[in-house]
Every structure is written in C-alpha cells, then in structure tokens.
Design a protein around this ligand. Structure first.
Ligand code: ARG
Length: 457
C-alpha cells in the first residue's frame, strides 16, 4: 500500500505498529462519507484552479466507482500486513490512485486527514443522529399505541417502590413518552451545533491554496463553516454532546426497561411480552425471561462508559490534532449503535406486549390522599386531615381491610360523613384529579390526543 507520508522516511513502519494503529477495522463505516467529502474537496480544488475540468471529471468517475464498490461491500477490501491501510482516508486515496493514476495523487492538496476525519465524522453524525431520532420516535409511537389500546387500565404509581396512588396505565406510559421527547430535542440541539464544516482547515493552520470554504460547506450541506482552523480539527465537543444525548436517552430507556422487568414478574403481573420478545431458560422449563429489557439496561451502562472515555480523551489534549482522537471513534459509533438498537428493541417489545390491570387488592389504601383532600375541601387543614386519614388507615390495616371497607361510622368519625364511597376506590381516586398533567381521565385523553402529533413533528 502506498504510504501517505513516505518522503522523509527511509525505513518501513513496524508491522505490529501498523496493525496497532490502523483505524480501518472501525472507520471503514466512514467510507461513503469520505467519498462525499472528497467530491466536495475536488470541486474546491477545481474552483481554485488546482485541478482542471478533465482531472475533476476523472476523479468524479473514480468516486462513482468507489461508491459502487462500497454499496457492493467490496470496499474497503479486507487487507492485512503491509497492505493494511492506516485508515479509511488512506484506503480511499489509494483506490483513487489505482483508478485514475497521477490525477488521484492531486486530490490531497490543501487537505489533511485531520480536517478530513472530522468532516467524515460530522457527515456520519448528521445521518446517524437522525436515525437514532427516528427509532426513538418509533418507541414513542409504540408507547402511545399501548396507552390508547389500554386507556381504561388502572395501575399503581409508586414512590420508594411503595404503592403511592392509582394512575391510568396510559398516564404512566405517557410519562416515558415525555422523557423520550426531550431526548429527541437534545439530539436535534446537538445536531444543530455540530452543523459546521471543518474542511479547508487543513492539518491545523489552513491552506495557502485559495479554497472557498463557504462553497465547500454548501456543497456538503453544512449550515456554516467552522470558524477557527485549530478548533475545527481538534475539538470533539459535538461527539460529547451527541453521546451525552444518547446516554440520557438510554437512561430513560433503561428506566422503562427496568419497569418492564418488574412488570413482567409474577409479583407485578402487569405486562406479558410476546413469545417473540422474551427468552427461555436452559434449565428452568417454566421461565419466560425479559432479556430484551435487561440488555437495554446493560447497554445503558456501557454507553455511560463511552461518555466517560470521551471526556477523558479530550480534557488534557493540547491543540490541535492528536492521534489519541482516533480512540474516540469506537465509543462514538458504539454509543450510536446501542441507542438506535435499544430504541428499536423496546419499541418491538412494547408494540407486541399485552398489559393487564393488577388484580384487585382487598387491603388497598391508595386512595388515602384523596380522602385527605376531601377533608381539605370540607375546611380541615391538610396537616390535620393527613393525621385523621392516617388513623383510619391504621384501623383498616389492623383489621386486614382496605379503605373501601371503612364503615360509614369510621368515615363519619374522621369528618367524612356522607362521603361518596367511589372516592375510596382506585377509579374514584383517578376520576377525582383536577390538575393539568394529572392522571384525570380527561387530562390523559388530552395528552393522548396531542402525543402522536407532537412525535410526528
Ligand atoms: N485515522 C485518523 C483519526 O481517526 C485520521 C487522522 C490521522 N491524522 C494524522 N495526522 N495521523 O484520527
């Protein structure tokens, strides 16, 4: 393989170091973006008078061919030993030289792999971040579908994993929808800040060739040009922002996954995953395990590690480009793949899951707060109301009863004579809610009515 930097060297690169340092095993996924950037740079060289029209056409034809080879899966080729390119950029350039000889050797003027790699990565990021976003959107749609399909199912909300108040299942599922909506926002926000073209920054100081960087940015569909050549090649804050957005989205997905694990247990019995979305045990014949959800939790942990790796990589690096930066690619790619995959898997599991209302519990006390608020409506200070309902709860608990079994006398004794007994039940508690964003059926219906439209925007 022709080296990109042979002139001042007499010896060959150590074979082991070649293997150790090559990024081709992971940056091969940038090949199509390297071609895209290469085309824009060739056009800039033509505009600058460095390439003539014929040379430009020859390069364009060679780029077409390389694109076909990428699509066919034959480029970059699997190479080893002396043939192993240092990275995808070297591989593309070497192929250009193979395809159009001397003209191929003209493309790398006014360009360095330092501005080239960031350009490729930012082009990759734009596409990948949109794909991650659309998988998160699909997950949101799956949640909305499940919420709509189970609109009247009542479950319990927990605090401290202790039963707290009854809520509609739809309300609970829409809580996850909201969190994911902010994740989409974060991805978009990160994408807009990353929308700047580094090409033309060269190795670090720019180029003495009259390259029109604005025109190159336009050709590649970037909103603007990276302002400072040193910053353009050396910063990776866009990767930190994207991986942070992925890590936060995965925190949210992991919480949802944790609930699927809990809910699919015999103890909760709220969700049954479809056979296609759970796994069995090699030893325990009765098992149906929610591995899909556990893997989402596991992948979230792994992406936290990637975020930390990127922070550590960047924090002490002097300007401008340093080869350490190459080590940021795998965490970046893996974070993106994991986030996309988790959203997709959770959407599939939820779309085919069946949700159930938990069996009625004779000792249920979850309407206690509504009773206290009823006392507040009857002019009892809340602290006093809390006390009185607490006493009623204790009395019911001692008798192995739930609040619904409280006698009229017990209710009258705490100031709740003539209580509409519906308020003692989970459904009554839900129906009594009045505030915006609450689990009141009308509020949940309002949220459901707008959710789909919001996720389509
Ligand atoms: N594979 C390298 C990377 O990912 C490309 C840039 C190499 N630049 C250099 N001056 N060695 O960072």
């Amino acid at each position: 393989m022709t080296k990109l930097w042979g002139g001042r060297f007499t010896g060959e690169l150590d074979a082991e170091l070649r293997r150790f340092s090559s990024s081709l095993p992971f940056d091969r996924r940038l090949a199509a973006f390297d071609v895209q950037g290469g085309r824009a740079h060739a056009a800039a060289l033509r505009d600058a008078g460095v390439l003539d029209e014929d040379e430009m056409r020859a390069l364009a034809t060679a780029f077409d061919r390389i694109e076909e080879e990428i699509a066919a899966g034959t480029f970059p080729p699997q190479a080893e030993g002396d043939e192993l390119p240092e990275d995808v950029h070297s591989a593309v350039e070497a192929r250009l030289v193979e395809l159009c000889g001397e003209t191929g050797r003209r493309i790398h003027a006014g360009r360095s792999r330092n501005d080239q790699v960031v350009t490729d990565l930012l082009l990759w990021l734009r596409e990948k971040s949109e794909r991650v976003e659309s998988e998160i959107r699909e997950l949101q749609f799956a949640l909305v579908d499940a919420a709509e399909a189970h609109e009247s199912v009542v479950i319990f909300a927990y605090t401290h994993l202790q039963r707290a108040q009854p809520v509609l299942l739809a309300h609970h599922l829409l809580a996850h929808f909201e969190a994911l909506d902010r994740d989409v926002d974060r991805l978009r926000d990160a994408r807009s800040r990353a929308d700047r073209c580094p090409l033309g920054a060269g190795a670090c100081a720019g180029s003495s060739l009259p390259l029109d960087r604005g025109r190159t940015a336009e050709r590649l569909g970037f909103a603007r040009v990276a302002e400072n050549s040193l910053d353009a090649v050396s910063d990776r804050d866009w990767a930190l922002e994207f991986v942070s957005a992925c890590a936060i989205a995965l925190d949210h997905m992991s919480r949802l996954a944790e609930e699927i694990v809990l809910w699919s247990s015999g103890e909760f019995g709220i969700v049954t995953l479809d056979d296609a979305w759970c796994t069995g045990s090699s030893m325990l014949p009765q098992k149906r395990n929610p591995d899909v959800a556990e893997l989402v939790r596991g992948k979230a942990a792994r992406v936290h590690g990637h975020l930390m790796a990127l922070h550590s990589l960047i924090k002490g690096m002097p300007l401008a480009y340093n080869r350490d930066l190459q080590e940021g690619q795998e965490p970046l790619f893996d974070a993106a793949d994991a986030t996309e995959g988790c959203a997709r898997m959770l959407a599939g599991a939820i779309a085919s899951a069946v949700f159930h209302e938990p069996a009625a519990d004779a000792a249920d006390m979850s309407a206690a707060t509504d009773l206290a608020e009823e006392l507040v409506r009857r002019r009892v200070p809340f602290r006093e109301a809390h006390e009185r309902v607490g006493r009623l709860v204790a009395a019911c608990e001692a008798g192995g009863r739930g609040l619904a079994d409280a006698t009229d006398e017990e209710l009258a004794a705490i100031g709740l004579a003539d209580l509409d007994r519906e308020l003692l039940t989970a459904r009554g508690s839900i129906a009594a809610k009045k505030t915006f964003g609450s689990t009141a059926p009308a509020e949940v219906a309002r949220a459901l009515a707008t959710a789909r439209e919001r996720a389509e925007s």
